[in-house]
Write a protein that binds this ligand. Structure first.
Ligand SMILES: *Cc1c(COP(=O)(O)O)cnc(C)c1O
Length: 523
């Protein structure tokens, strides 16, 4: 077995791969095997040692539990080890470069965490009287102000709790605007490029719109001719949902013309702003004719994500859509800041996105990030993110197949062209990366590129780390071209090999059922 400079095994012959992957304990090196908590626990154990209460009377009446709850009992060290072992099976941005394209997995500065934990921000309750949370309202308002300035948009809905939720807010605002114009029933068609993130058509459909796909041109951008053809009959156009920079990692050069065409057709322009990291401080979406755009605070503004959240997806709105902003929003009055919470005060508002005021912890982290970078720092974020992606593109170009000619924005996109006739596929490359200690890049997305591999390094990786990653990926690409069969069965060093992810997603087993006692006895 060959080792790299950090002592990680890097290649396997078919004979040593089996020796390296089979152990009596099931553990792999220092990565411990771990069963389900139900399998290791037993009802006879507990992590606490409470004295039997003396001199108290049972006041439960007839409802004392008669049978055990069936929950596993663990000692404290068993409980601690169980969760630490599980946590070590997770890949995390704190462990290494996380190249998932479109996800902007960047470092979460610890300063933000420190600020978010200040009691004045962390310990407020959403139902406290507003006079006692003026600082928290000030923070939300200041973040809102930055987001409007950075995008040159006059309004922002702060409450959406993720990117997709922000899309929903934007599309509901568009629907409300169409209804207010008396065209709610007539204008039902939303144009969505075929390269769009899946949440775009899903959101439009959820709002009752009909999706009409626009083709991609050979250069990976929107096919302007196809768009124009879709607008010849335009009386039913509600709008367009477009990502910029798009999911091919390219800037939509014709974006102003697209905005004009959509507006002329009587529709609104929703921009998916998930890729704002590539242009923050350089381009203001409001200058491009955009009517609504969500911003993923958990991407561009470095608040943590992964593992299901919490995210935060404030949505900026144009003047045309501003009246329909969801409640609550903040007003500055002579007595301080005040939340507008009810329809009576905001009659055109389309309603409410969530119970309270949005993700306070994420707002705090995002504002800390913005203030610690300043305007010049934010601009450099975008510049370095684009530089890093182009470095990856340039380093891997000789051994992989760039999907498009020329420079990219914040992510480098490859097709599986270099794998032709090797029998090796995109998924094998991704699994090979796991053995090298990296989370795979985004695979098979966007759909417009065959066997796509989308890599977004972000600005927070050093050149040394980018080189280490590119060395690893380039070596896998070379092994693939040489038809190395061990790639077909990678990963060899992970706790689990190839899982049936589709079945896990479609029919998840969420309930543990004890082995039937008869079966156990028979063994
Ligand atoms: C991440 C992302 C979304 C969805 O954001 P969530 O916060 O995951 O809901 C939408 N569009 C694009 C292009 C994205 O990258």
């Amino acid at each position: 077995m060959t080792m790299n400079s950090t002592g990680r095994p890097t290649s396997f012959s078919s004979s040593d791969s089996s020796a390296a992957t089979t152990t009596v304990s099931g553990s792999k090196g220092l990565l411990q095997a771990e069963g389900l908590i139900f399998e290791i626990g037993s009802t006879g154990k507990t992590g606490v040692d409470l004295a039997k209460p003396k001199g108290t009377k049972n006041r439960l009446g007839g409802v004392t539990r008669g049978k055990p709850t069936g929950l596993p009992g663990l000692t404290e060290p068993e409980a601690v080890r169980h969760y630490v072992r599980l946590s070590q099976k997770n890949y995390a941005i704190d462990l290494g470069l996380f190249p998932l394209g479109s996800c902007t997995m960047k470092h979460n500065p610890r300063l933000n965490e420190k600020v978010a934990r200040l009691p004045g921000f962390a310990d407020v309750h959403p139902m406290q009287p507003q006079s006692t949370v003026q600082g928290a309202l000030e923070l939300i308002n200041e973040l809102a102000d930055w987001l409007m300035k950075l995008t040159n948009m006059p309004a922002v809905a702060m409450t959406p709790k993720a990117g997709a939720h922000g899309e929903l807010a934007g599309m509901l605002a568009i629907r409300a605007a169409l209804i207010a114009r008396g065209e709610g029933e007539k204008r039902k068609r939303v144009l969505v490029p075929i390269s769009a993130h899946g949440t775009n058509p899903a959101t439009a459909a959820q709002c009752g719109f009909i999706i009409d796909e626009i083709n991609a041109a050979a250069d990976g951008r929107v096919d302007l001719e196809d768009l124009k053809a879709k607008l010849v009959e335009s009386s039913d156009i509600a709008g367009i949902m477009l990502t910029n920079p798009n999911t091919c990692g390219l800037f939509e050069r014709d974006i102003k013309e697209i905005a004009d065409l959509i507006h002329k057709a009587g529709g609104y322009f929703y921009c998916d702003g998930a890729n704002f990291n590539a242009i923050v401080g350089r381009v203001r979406p409001g200058d491009l004719g955009i009517d609504a755009m969500h911003i993923n605070l958990h991407k561009t503004f470095s608040t943590p994500h992964g593992g299901g959240g919490p995210g935060s997806g404030p949505t900026v709105l144009s003047e045309a859509l501003a009246p329909f902003t969801p409640v609550p929003f903040i007003l500055r009055t002579s007595e301080g800041l005040r939340l507008v919470e009810h329809h009576s005060e905001a009659p055109d508002s389309f309603g409410r996105m969530c119970a309270f005021h949005g993700q306070m912890g994420m707002f705090t982290r995002a504002l800390a990030y913005i203030l610690s970078h300043g305007a010049d720092g934010l601009r450099q974020v975008a510049e370095d993110a684009v530089l890093n992606a182009n470095y990856v593109l340039a380093r891997l170009k000789p051994v992989m197949s760039p999907a498009f000619e020329g420079y990219c924005m914040h992510e480098a996109l490859f097709s599986d062209g270099f794998l032709k006739d090797t029998g090796i596929e995109t998924i094998d490359i991704a699994k090979g990366l796991i053995d090298e200690g990296y989370h795979p890049m985004t695979m098979y997305f966007p759909l417009v590129v065959h066997g796509a591999m989308l890599i977004e390094p972000t600005e927070t990786e050093s050149k040394a780390e980018l080189d280490r990653f590119c060395d690893a990926l380039a070596s896998i690409a070379r092994r693939a071209v040489q038809k190395d069969p061990s790639l077909k069965t990678a990963p060899h060093l992970a706790p689990a090999r190839r899982l049936d992810e589709t079945r896990a997603a479609r029919s998840p087993r969420l309930r543990w059922t004890p082995e039937p006692p008869t079966l156990k006895a028979a063994e």
